[in-house]
Each structure stands twice: as C-alpha cells, then as structure tokens.
Design a protein around this ligand. Structure first.
Ligand SMILES: Nc1ncnc2c1ncn2[C@@H]1O[C@H](COP(=O)(O)OP(=O)(O)OP(=O)(O)O)[C@@H](O)[C@H]1O
Ligand SMILES: [Mg+2]
Length: 279
C-alpha cells in the first residue's frame, strides 16, 4: 500500500503543508463516541469530530485529561468501535486493527523474555513469518534511534528511554502508513523527552509517515507538529485546529523564538478558556 504510493512531499521539504490535501489520507466526519458504563450510564466521550489529515502530516492532539484523546486514537487504530459518524484511512472505513497502523503507547510493553531485536520484529514475524522481516530496515532504524549494539540485550538491561525507542522501532518495522502515538514520551524525564522529540522528527522526515501524536505538553505539540488539534474538556469536541507555521527542520532552540512562544500562548489560552467553561 504505501510501497506503491507516490510521496506527496519532496524528500527535502522544509516546510509543512498548511492544510489537509484535497485527497486526504484520513477523513473523520461527525464522529461520536458514547461509552456505556456497567451501571448502564452513557458517557459522551467524543462529540461531532470533523477533520482531514493529509499523507505525511504530523498532527498532535492536545486537551485536558479525560477529553477523549486516547478514545480517538483507539478508534483510529480500529481497537474501539465508534457510536456514529465516519472515519476512514486511505479511503477505507476503519472497522478493525490494520497493519497500516503502527501503535506506540506510553509504556513500551516489550516482551521481557525476548531480546530487543526479537521484540522489534515480533509483530511482523507473527503476522507474516520470520522471512518477511526486513532486517536491513531493522538495522537502519535501530541505528537511527541509537540502539545499535543493543540488539541482543533484554528489555530490563535498557533505560526507559531506550525501551521506548525500541517500541517506536517496533511500530516502524511494520512499515505502517500511519503512526499512532498516545503520549509516547509521557513517562520520560524532560531531557530524554527533548532528545526523543528530535529523533522522532528525524525519523518522520526520513520515513514520511503520517503521525497522530497525543500529548499533554503544549511545547511538545508545537515543536513537532504541522497542525495541532486542540480539544475541549469532556465531552471532547474540537476547539480549534491550529497550523504551526514554523520552518523545518526545527532545531531544539526554536522553542526560544517569539513565534514559538506565540503558538504556545495561543494554545494555552485556548485550553485554559475551555477549562474555565468546563469548570
Ligand atoms: N471503557 C470505558 N467505559 C466508560 N467510560 C470510559 C471508558 N474509557 C474511557 N472512558 C471515559 O471517556 C472519557 C475519555 O477518556 P480517554 O481515556 O479517551 O481520555 P484522555 O483524553 O485520553 O485522558 P488522559 O489525558 O487522562 O489520558 C473519560 O471521561 C473516561 O472516563
Ligand atoms: Mg489518554
């Protein structure tokens, strides 16, 4: 599927697409999710979400705890049913898990009895057999995220940041069209997190994945994204979708520029305003 797709953006692109393409990779229309609790109550988690995402875009989703970010990601991943509306990836309605999605969660969830290398190719191995594993890609990705030489180690021999890098490699080894990430760096210390952000952008610009990245961190969202989807408190609606028009590649010290500060302030105001309404 993405092996035959024509890249939408040239390899050397330095700035992001401002809006979704006319032919978007992901379309979401009037999406609603109502959870039914055991006691029979209905919990409105997502209300009337509408957005398009172009191939190759880096999109972050920010919003207060409980606003439905993970719910949205699980729906996109085909792990959770939605109540009404439409969501499609590559023109196909999302009806269940698909190998076109790579998933990364807050915890790396590596299998402790397998080595790092075995962990990263395990999903491809069980779905398609060992021969289908692209070992060249495994080596390239491991090296890119600084895990070269750790292939034969076990997860407990690696730091939290290294384990999370392995989890990202595991998602990418499947060559997914879309990388769905739910607070992947939330458990890491600030310095490691900065480093991981830079690495993620390197991977993104090299491998041209479409990324949906959930975070609680406004600076992280601004630093990484082409556009940021800001959500209201529960029930989660889209407050605004903000294009981040900062040039790429983005060095870490872009965070010290007035333009960066203005985006962060705008998002903070937006999220606080909605918090006040909710309160
Ligand atoms: N299985 C479930 N049954 C009932 N309600 C649920 C279920 N899962 C989530 N919810 C509710 O749906 C809402 C959205 O939850 P979700 O986990 O998507 O929020 P979130 O934005 O990811 O929060 P956080 O930032 O804390 O991770 C919350 O109010 C939550 O209590
Ligand atoms: Mg969540």
């Amino acid at each position: 599927m993405n092996a035959v797709a024509t890249p939408l953006y040239p390899e050397d692109r330095t700035s992001a697409p401002k809006t979704a393409a006319a032919d978007p990779l992901i379309t979401c229309r009037s999406l609603n999710k109502v959870y039914k609790t055991r006691s029979g109550d209905a919990v409105d988690a997502l209300v009337d979400l509408n957005f398009d995402i172009a191939k190759g875009e880096f999109i972050s989703v920010v919003g207060p705890s409980g606003c439905g970010k993970s719910t949205l990601l699980k729906i996109m991943a085909g792990l959770l049913d939605y109540t009404s509306g439409d969501i499609a990836i590559s023109g196909k309605a999302v009806t269940g898990p698909s190998p076109q999605n790579g998933l990364v969660f807050q915890q790396p969830n590596l299998l402790p009895w397998k080595t790092i290398a075995e962990n990263v190719y395990f999903p491809v191995e069980i779905q398609q057999g060992r021969r289908a594993v692209n070992m060249t890609l495994v080596r390239e990705l491991m090296s890119m995220v600084g895990l070269k030489g750790f292939e034969g180690k076990y997860p407990h021999e690696l730091s939290g940041g290294m384990q999370q890098r392995a989890a990202i490699v595991r998602a990418l080894v499947q060559d997914p069209a879309v990388l769905l990430m739910d607070e992947p760096f939330g458990a890491l210390d600030a310095m490691t997190r900065d480093m991981m952000n830079v690495e993620l952008l390197k991977i993104w610009s090299k491998h041209r994945k479409t990324v949906i990245f959930i975070t609680h961190s406004i600076p992280e969202a601004v630093f990484l994204s082409d556009r940021v989807i800001a959500m209201t408190p529960r029930p989660g609606e889209i407050a605004e979708i903000i294009p981040i028009d900062l040039p790429r590649p983005r060095p870490l010290d872009v965070v010290n520029t007035p333009e960066f500060g203005a985006y962060a302030k705008r998002l903070r105001r937006l999220l606080n305003a909605n918090e006040d309404i909710a309160g």
